[in-house]
Design a binder for this molecule. Structure first.
Ligand code: BTN
Length: 239
């Protein structure tokens, strides 16, 4: 495992961005003590104790941006969900990349690109997993939260879990970059908890309502709105 452990850091994503030029491709920057974690849509990712995981993959697939890079959060989502299944749970995915167990969020993913001089210097793919959290320390930011130890009923070895994430992520990574979202589409749809349901999706400062009918070959969300019009959403957050 190519990794960089930090004893304490404000945000592994921020740290990895600042040090991107010195960090090798496919390095996992991680800590068990993150003091100012960032989430999607300017949310925060709170520190729920030192037995939880706060980590960021540093990826350098090419100097030019490719469409498939925006699907990396969904690829990581599948990797995490498969590992959580090995622990005997039934994780579900809320588009695009939240993982929920028993309708409560257990993990969050945040991807950030670093571009300078018109070149992609790398992608920071950060993830937080509530691995071992006391019920009192669980904080619901945008939705109810849970932790893997609560769902499994025993403590989870954090180093073992991280190693599983690293190995499984690297296993299919090159093929994923080559073939794109279609490689994992079936695995994604099988775990999707929002299809054939009426959903409200926040797209920047707008909300789109409708029936979620499918996930496209590119990982976008297909919706039929109240005017019976099909909408393909590439970005957003199901509320
Ligand atoms: C979300 O659900 O909104 C995404 C949360 C992502 C949190 C992780 S924790 C490690 C990495 N460093 C950060 O500052 N954020 C990500």
């Amino acid at each position: 495992m190519k990794s960089l452990y930090l004893d304490i850091v404000d945000s592994t994503n921020k740290w990895a961005k600042e040090h991107i030029l010195e960090i090798e491709d496919k390095t996992l920057v991680y800590t068990f003590n993150q003091t100012d974690g960032r989430g999607r849509l300017k949310r925060k990712w709170l520190n729920t104790g030192t037995d939880n995981i706060y980590a960021s993959f540093v990826l350098k697939p090419s100097a030019a941006m490719k469409e498939v890079y925006s699907n990396l959060t969904q690829y990581l989502c599948i990797v995490l969900a498969e590992i959580m299944e090995e622990y005997g749970t039934l994780p579900k995915i809320k588009w695009p990349n939240d993982i929920k167990i028993n309708d409560k969020k257990v993990s969050g993913i945040l991807a950030e690109g670093v571009i300078s001089d018109n070149e992609l210097k790398g992608i920071i793919l950060g993830f937080g997993v509530n691995l071992n959290t006391n019920k009192e320390n669980l904080v619901s930011i945008d939705q109810p939260a849970t932790a893997l130890n609560i769902e499994v009923g025993k403590e989870i070895d954090k180093n073992e879990f991280l190693k599983k994430v690293y190995d499984r992520f690297c296993l299919m990574y090159d093929e994923f970059i080559e073939r794109g979202f279609s490689l994992i589409r079936d695995d994604y749809i099988r775990r999707a908890n929002f299809l054939n349901k009426n959903v409200s999706v926040k797209v920047f400062d707008k909300t789109v309502n409708g029936l979620a009918t499918d996930i496209t070959e590119n990982g976008a969300l297909k919706i039929i709105d109240k005017n019976n019009k099909e909408q393909i959403l590439l970005i957003g957050d199901i509320l």
